[in-house]
Design a protein around this ligand. Structure first.
Ligand code: DLZ
Length: 162
């Protein structure tokens, strides 16, 4: 479903696992920092609200979304980390840069996730405009950071339960 019809922070009817004892990495891109900062705040709040200790949230910043893959790989090398959330915002411009960055990070985080057998969550906004980004970073469509945090909790719990 397109996120224009969905509030990304609405989890009614969805059971969110308790994150007590989980260690979760967050990699956040500095490009469009007002947006990625809001995604980050949402992700941290959601993790803490659902039982993750602040001490168990490990944070690194990378320059842009293209570098999220490498940041996620650094995190996954740490055996104590159960899963990683990547947060970025790539806004459609007039060049094909947008496509290259979005494709690279989507494939990159998937590959890292499979290589390390750990959830690496794609919390990257790919809007046409800054306004659309703000709508999804604590605005009228909720916060993709919340959604990414809930996805991390669910995937880590799924793996631990197997
Ligand atoms: C270069 C670039 C451009 C044009 N746009 C964005 C963007 O909208 N969002 C983002 O996160 N990063 C952008 N970058 C930076 C690249 O992700 C990367 O940091 C550089 O190409 C250096 O590898």
């Amino acid at each position: 479903m397109s996120s224009s019809h969905k509030n990304l922070s609405n989890f009614e009817g969805s059971e969110i696992p308790n994150g007590k004892g989980m260690r979760i990495g967050i990699v956040v891109a500095e490009w469009n920092t007002a947006v990625t900062g809001a995604l980050f705040d949402g992700a941290v709040q959601t993790l803490v609200k659902n039982g993750v200790s602040k001490d168990d949230i490990i944070i690194i910043k990378v320059p842009g979304s293209f570098e999220l893959t490498m940041g996620a790989q650094f995190m996954c090398e740490d055996k104590t980390i159960d899963g990683v959330i990547t947060l970025g915002c790539v806004i459609q411009g007039e060049t094909r840069h947008f496509d290259f960055i979005c494709d690279a990070v989507a494939h990159g985080v998937t590959n890292v996730s499979l290589k390390y057998n750990k959830p690496v969550i794609f919390g990257v906004l790919t809007p046409n405009t800054l306004e659309q980004a703000q709508d999804r970073a604590g605005g009228k469509h909720g916060n993709k950071g919340d959604e990414a945090a809930v996805t991390a909790l669910k995937m880590i719990a799924l793996k631990k339960g197997l």
